[in-house]
Design a protein around this ligand. Structure first.
Ligand SMILES: O=c1ccn([C@@H]2O[C@H](COP(=O)(O)O)[C@@H](O)[C@H]2O)c(=O)[nH]1
Length: 276
C-alpha cells in the first residue's frame, strides 16, 4: 500500500520532500544542451543529487506533453532513473467521463507505472472511480489548491453554507474506504490546511506551494502532517531544480541542487523535531 510505503520512507529518510521535476527546456542550464536529450540529462543530474533526501518525485505532465513525442520519451527515460527508494507522482490533474478517465488511469498506473497521480474532482465520483480502482496506487484529489484562483470556485460557498473545498473533503473521506485516496492542499493556505488536517487526521496530503510560491515550511509541517508527523508529502520544484548561478559543469550544478535540497530537508527536520 502506498501509505505504508510512504510513511516508511518518511521515517527512514527523515524527510517529507518531493522534488518537482518540472523541466522547462528554456530554463535548463546551457551545460545540458550539449546532450542529445537535455531534459533527461538535467533530470538525471537532479535525481542523482537528491535521491537520498527526497521521498518522491513529481513530474508535472504538462512539462513533458508540451513537447509531444520527444517529451513523452524524456518522461519515460526519466522514470527509469528514479530509484525504488522514492515514490513517483504524476501531476496531471485528470478527470473526465468514466470510460475516458479509465484511459487516463490506465496511462498513469499501467503504462507509466506511477505510484500516484492527481485528479480534479469537478466532474464527480464516476469521473474518479477508474483511478480509485487501482487499490495499490494513491490518487490525490485536488481539494484546496495553492493558487489565488482557488477563490473563484474552491473557496465559494455552496447553498448548504459549506465551501466547495470542504464539500470535496467530505466526499473524499466518504469514498476513501480502501485508504487509497489523498488530497492536494496548497502550502499557501496554512489556516485551511490546519482545519483540513483536523477533519481528516489520517489522510495523505500532497502539499505544493513552499519554495517558489512562498508558503511557510514551518506551518506546512506543523499543520499538514498527521499525529506521527507523517502522511504528508511536501513539494518543492523550481526552488530546488533551478538554483541561481551559471554552471560550467554538471557537477557544479548538482552541488547547487544538492545544497538547496539539503537546506530544505534540514529545515524540515528542525520543525519535525520541535513538534515532537
Ligand atoms: O495546488 C497546486 C497543485 C499543484 N501544483 C503543482 O506543484 C508544483 C509546484 O512547483 P513549484 O515550482 O515548487 O512552485 C507544480 O508542478 C504545480 O503545477 C501547485 O503548485 N499547486
Amino acid at each position: 500500500m502506498f501509505k505504508s510505503r510512504l510513511n516508511q520512507l518518511i521515517e527512514s529518510k527523515n524527510s517529507l520532500l518531493c522534488v518537482g521535476l518540472d523541466a522547462d527546456p528554456d530554463k535548463i542550464p546551457s551545460v545540458f544542451h550539449q546532450h542529445d536529450s537535455p531534459v533527461v540529462a538535467f533530470n538525471a543530474a537532479i535525481i542523482e543529487a537528491t535521491s537520498e533526501l527526497a521521498i518522491a518525485y513529481k513530474p508535472n505532465i504538462a512539462f513533458y506533453e508540451s513537447r509531444g513525442i520527444r517529451g513523452f520519451k524524456d518522461l519515460e527515460e526519466t522514470l527509469l532513473l528514479i530509484p525504488k527508494t522514492c515514490l513517483t507522482i504524476a501531476d496531471g490533474k485528470r478527470g473526465d467521463i468514466g470510460n475516458t478517465s479509465q484511459m487516463y488511469a490506465k496511462a498513469f498506473y499501467e503504462h507509466w507505472n506511477f505510484d500516484a497521480s492527481t485528479v480534479a474532482p469537478y466532474m464527480g465520483h464516476d469521473s474518479l472511480l477508474p483511478f480509485f480502482e487501482y487499490q495499490e496506487k494513491l490518487t490525490f484529489v485536488l481539494c484546496l489548491t495553492s493558487n489565488n484562483g482557488s477563490a473563484d470556485f474552491e473557496e465559494q460557498r455552496l447553498a448548504n453554507g459549506k465551501k466547495l473545498y470542504e464539500a470535496v473533503l467530505e466526499k473524499v473521506l466518504a469514498w476513501n474506504k480502501a485508504g487509497n485516496i489523498g488530497i492536494v492542499v496548497g502550502a499557501t493556505k496554512p489556516e485551511q490546511l490546519a482545519e483540513i488536517r483536523q477533519k481528516a487526521p489520517e489522510i495523505v496530503i500532497l502539499i505544493p506551494g513552499i519554495g517558489a510560491q512562498g508558503g511557510s515550511l514551518e506551518e506546512t509541517i506543523r499543520y499538514g502532517t498527521d499525529k506521527n508527523q507523517e502522511s504528508a508529502i511536501v513539494v518543492s520544484g523550481r526552488k530546488i531544480i533551478y538554483p541561481d548561478g551559471k554552471f560550467t559543469s554538471i557537477d557544479e550544478f548538482q552541488r547547487a541542487v544538492n545544497e538547496r535540497a539539503k537546506a530544505t530537508v534540514l529545515e524540515m527536520r528542525q520543525y519535525l523535531k520541535t513538534n515532537l
